[in-house]
Write a protein that binds this ligand. Structure first.
Ligand code: DGL
Length: 266
């Protein structure tokens, strides 16, 4: 007997929405919910115990909400609270960090590579651990950056500042990378800017990193709609989502779900 898929995707802000966009294009019939924990954005520079506590609350929300699958679309959350995410019972959980690593070729050398991610992700060593196992760490320049997330979340058109921030990253890199690995889902929105700064590099981002063989046959009737929750209830975020998501978005407020109230209780 097949059961209906109910997919939850989460991130601290709009980073994971780039993953949600891709998944809904691929599986429009799947009931998909997106949870942005904007009240606690950014995760990239927060104390580890705070991020762990938030993630535990988000996972409780998904567990008690009859979700079948959850995607952690936040590298930082997985880097700091992977044990909590993976240990959540009765849910099929996936995470963007391992999914992105799996998209990297294993049979060819990546050459000189640049890894960019948030300070917490870099500090955790999660990418270094996986990359080291497959490719070694001799040819990798590692850049911990918190400014890009801030710029990407800011209202208005910040393309110019984003471009300059990436130029700064390039200046601090001791070589011209052949491969650039974007270890933060926010950067998925500015792949074009990365490509402008590194025109010859192959850029790996996590937008299309997920595939689920059981999604099509087990689901029906969602028609590309995204159910969107934002713990910070920010109007600006709602606007960003409207601009970036081109199908129907149903904005759900905290009051719409007694489940979500738990998330914001201290
Ligand atoms: N999008 C998140 C990630 O992939 C990080 C954003 C933040 O600092 O909250 O790591």
């Amino acid at each position: 007997m097949s059961s209906k898929v109910k997919l939850g995707i989460f991130d601290s802000g709009i980073g994971g929405l780039s993953v949600a966009n891709f998944l809904i294009d691929r599986y429009p019939a799947v009931e998909t919910w997106y949870l942005a924990d904007s009240l606690f954005l950014p995760y990239g520079t927060k104390a580890e115990h705070l991020v762990k506590d938030r993630v535990a609350k988000l996972m409780r929300f998904f567990s008690s909400g009859n979700f079948t699958h959850v995607i952690c679309a936040c590298n930082t959350a997985y880097a700091l609270a992977g044990d909590i995410i993976d240990g959540t019972p009765d849910l099929r959980v996936s995470n963007v960090t391992q999914a992105l690593i799996h998209t990297l070729p294993t049979h060819i050398n990546l050459g000189k590579s640049l890894l960019v991610a948030t300070p917490n992700t870099i500090k955790s060593g999660i990418y270094q651990k996986y990359l080291g196992r497959i490719h070694g760490l001799d040819n990798i320049h590692i850049s911990a950056n918190s400014t890009l997330v801030e710029l990407i979340e800011e209202p208005g058109d910040n393309r110019e500042s984003i471009y300059h921030e990436i130029l700064e990253i390039a200046h601090n890199c001791s070589f011209k990378p052949e491969t650039v690995i974007l270890g933060c889902t926010h950067y998925n929105w500015v792949v074009g800017e990365f490509q402008k700064v590194f025109p010859r590099a192959i850029i790996y981002d996590s937008r299309g990193a997920f595939e689920f063989s059981d999604f099509d046959q087990n689901s029906s009737g969602n028609d590309g709609k995204l159910r969107f929750f934002d713990t910070g209830q920010s109007e600006h975020l709602q606007e960003l989502v409207e601009n970036k998501y081109h199908r129907t978005v149903e904005h759900l407020s905290l009051e719409d779900s007694s489940l979500i109230q738990d998330i914001n209780q201290s």
